[in-house]
Design a binder for this molecule. Structure first.
Ligand code: SF4
Ligand code: SF4
Length: 104
């Protein structure tokens, strides 16, 4: 189990939605659209969607089911506040959680 919680607070801190690795993925674009439309509802109810539908906070969840990401691009996790707060630079894997799985 990951040491990071999958919650709204962490979703708001997360840099994945602006990450170049996901930028050109059609599969991720669909998920981004859905999540942006639901953001207000999530904030009001506090109920998080299925992690598979959220292209973010991968450090708390699991690898993406989309197969059109560009891992030649740079992961943005080191710019995320959670990176410092949870000392993710000294954990495994080190970023690219969308590809390599949750932070342990
Ligand atoms: S885990 Fe890293 S590489 Fe994957 S989308 Fe988030 S910031 Fe980008
Ligand atoms: S460390 Fe990476 S995956 Fe985790 S919330 Fe921050 S940007 Fe998202």
């Amino acid at each position: 189990m990951s040491k990071i919680e999958f919650n709204m607070e962490n979703l708001e801190k997360c840099a994945c939605l602006n990450c170049p690795v996901q930028e050109k993925s059609a599969c991720i674009a669909e998920k981004k659209k859905m999540i942006k439309n639901k953001m207000e509802e999530i904030k009001e109810t506090g109920e998080m969607p299925n992690p598979k539908d959220v292209p973010a906070v991968y450090c708390a969840t699991e690898v993406t089911e989309c197969d059109d990401l560009d891992f030649e691009k740079m992961c943005m996790c080191a710019s995320c506040p959670l990176w410092q707060e949870k000392d993710l630079g000294n954990g495994m894997p080190m970023g690219y959680y969308c590809r390599d799985g949750a932070a342990q």
